[in-house]
Design a protein around this ligand. Structure first.
Ligand code: 2AM
Length: 183
């Protein structure tokens, strides 16, 4: 199954971001907007993982969560990866988030999962562009967004069901969650 490792913002941060993006979502209906109930921060994308590797991964992620502390994060402003991905920036204890992302990658690598080498860029994806979309005006429109600070308290292993959501978006299913209990 297709898996990734993530942390998720709490309902109040989701509600705040949802209302802050409402007007811009309505103004740019051609973009493929992600759904607030599916918003997450991907720490490691694992691709297709077999059952055996998954069992080992679950053990290792549980240990990683036990070694990492809860972290204070906020969502601020916007940016883009070219014309493909519109995102909001993650600020706050990003060093701790990077540490957790690195640990998730190590956990995956140890059980034989080939994780992409791309450098980790903390973000929450808001929309994906269709061909030739110009995301710059949308980034500008969201530049002033400054979300509340929240605490990420859990690490999640999530399954992605490609094209199983409304309008052929992906649907995400949380398989395992572990509290961050390190200090
Ligand atoms: P994102 O983090 O930029 O939103 C499930 O597909 C999640 O894993 C998405 O949140 C997605 O992008 C992230 N992801 C990272 N690398 C990916 C890749 N190569 N293919 C698909 N999704 C990827």
């Amino acid at each position: 199954m297709r898996l990734f490792v993530a942390v998720t913002p709490p309902p109040e941060a989701v509600a705040e971001l949802s209302s802050a993006t409402e007007a811009v979502r309505a103004a740019h209906p051609r973009l493929r907007w992600t759904r607030p109930d599916q918003w997450h921060l991907t720490l490691a994308f694992l691709g297709t993982v077999g059952d055996e590797a998954r069992a080992g991964l679950v053990d290792r992620l549980a240990r990683a969560a036990a070694l990492h502390p809860p972290m204070r994060l906020a969502l601020t402003g916007a940016g883009r990866f070219g014309d493909r991905v519109l995102w909001t920036r993650v600020t706050g204890d990003v060093a701790a988030l990077r540490g957790l992302a690195a640990a998730a990658r190590v956990a995956a690598t140890r059980v034989g999962i080939a994780v992409e080498e791309r450098p980790y860029r903390p973000h929450l994806t808001l929309a994906r562009g269709r061909d030739g979309a110009d995301l710059r005006p949308v980034v500008d429109a969201l530049a002033g967004f400054a979300g509340c600070t929240w605490t990420a308290t859990q690490l999640h292993l999530v399954r992605s069901h490609l094209g199983a959501g409304p309008d052929r978006t992906s649907r995400y299913e949380t398989l395992n969650s572990w509290p961050l209990t390190g200090s």
